[in-house]
Design a protein around this ligand. Structure first.
Ligand SMILES: C[C@](O)(CO)[C@H](O)COP(=O)(O)OP(=O)(O)OC[C@H]1O[C@@H](n2ccc(N)nc2=O)[C@H](O)[C@@H]1O
Ligand SMILES: Nc1ncnc2c1ncn2[C@@H]1O[C@H](COP(=O)(O)OP(=O)(O)OP(=O)(O)O)[C@@H](O)[C@H]1O
Length: 312
């Protein structure tokens, strides 16, 4: 392996996402769907620490959902390290530890977040200084949501969601996320979308100007009026119990409720931190979710938060 840096450990913090508009077009020949995907990063974070370690990539994970996270070469963090090392012709000798706080298989891009974080952590650990556009291209190879995990903030994703245009956000939005028992498979939800829309003309996906304006002005009431997720009927079809969770949150005072991405996490936009607490309490007491998390947006994308001092 070439000597590419002198750091011994690097920690990257990376946010979850919610899709405030997920417009889905018809299935493409390659199996993906064209999207108009308005991502918003939220303040639930995983942390990925990369430490030099001989013998290839090793992954460990801590946190309440850790047992659901694969530790083999299918982990997106491991795949990111392998891809970056291959790009630079070096050995991927690294131990990646994921401190997981983002719900697993919840439609909040937790695995994608870890992929983006591992890429940035390894790039820093190995002293590679890969240009940002190359990191984003590597992210897109790992998964459609991964580029946004690196970028953070808010962005419109087109194509399969990987082509990003950053969007201005004029203020903080407050959210409650109801975490369901068990996950939903993203391919299964897209397949259910195809089944439900079979025989209909699926319109080209667009992000409405009203939504972009609501983000720009930071107005939660305006944003609430424009939130929409074309995958929601598919997620509800596969998990009908989510309807009760959505109703519980809106009855408790949320401005709007929707399924987050492919679900089964549900997202509730509220007007302020006090409303967030009361909606979270109502959701917890209802028994319609496993747990309720309060968060704000926009959140910063993947960022190095810790690096031990250089060794001589
Ligand atoms: C639902 C969302 O989370 C919304 O942001 C994303 O569209 C999913 O992104 P992701 O998890 O990164 O998905 P990928 O790993 O790229 O693809 C997993 C599978 O989801 C389906 N998929 C994904 C993205 C897309 N635009 N169309 C699709 O049909 C495909 O079956 C694909 O094989
Ligand atoms: N680092 C990781 N963390 C969590 N899951 C991972 C990771 N790497 C791979 N996976 C696999 O990916 C699957 C989906 O997990 P993830 O938490 O990314 O779902 P998601 O949030 O619904 O994704 P998205 O919103 O991008 O569609 C898991 O069931 C797991 O098998």
């Amino acid at each position: 392996m070439s000597s590419t840096g002198t750091r011994t450990g690097v920690t990257v913090r990376v946010p979850a996402k919610v899709n405030v508009r997920l417009a889905v077009g018809g299935a493409r020949p390659d199996g993906y769907h064209d999207l108009a995907n308005v991502f918003l990063a939220v303040s639930l974070y995983d942390e990925v620490t990369a430490v030099r370690s001989p013998g290839g990539v090793r992954v460990s994970c801590s946190g309440p959902d850790a047992p659901q996270v694969p530790l083999d070469s299918t982990n997106l963090a491991a795949r990111a390290a392998e891809a970056l090392a291959a790009r630079h012709g070096i050995a991927p000798d690294v131990h990646l530890h994921i401190a997981k706080d983002i719900p697993v298989a919840g439609g909040m891009a937790g695995g994608s977040a870890d992929g983006a974080a591992a890429l940035l952590a390894c790039d820093t650990l190995w002293g590679l200084s890969t240009p940002r556009d190359e990191l984003l291209a590597l992210c897109a190879e790992l998964g459609s949501d991964v580029p946004f995990s690196l970028l953070g903030g808010a962005a419109l994703g087109t194509g399969r969601g990987e082509h990003l245009t950053p969007l201005p956000v004029g203020g903080d939005f407050h959210w409650v996320f109801a975490v369901a028992d068990g996950g939903l498979s993203t391919p299964a939800v897209y397949a259910e979308f195809d089944r439900l829309t079979a025989g209909t003309a699926v319109p080209p996906p667009v992000a409405t100007p009203a939504l972009l304006e609501a983000l720009r002005t930071g107005d939660p009431t305006a944003l609430a009026a424009t939130l929409a997720n074309d995958l929601q009927p598919a997620a509800l079809s596969l998990r009908p119990s989510l309807a009760a969770t959505l109703t519980t949150g809106t009855t408790a005072g949320a401005l709007a409720a929707l399924v987050s991405g492919s679900g089964p996490t549900t997202a509730f936009l509220v007007k302020d931190p006090e409303a967030a607490q009361s909606v979270a309490t109502a959701l917890l007491q209802s028994g319609t979710c496993r747990t309720a998390r309060v968060a704000t947006s926009p959140a910063e994308g993947a960022v190095v938060v810790g690096a031990p001092p250089r060794q001589s």
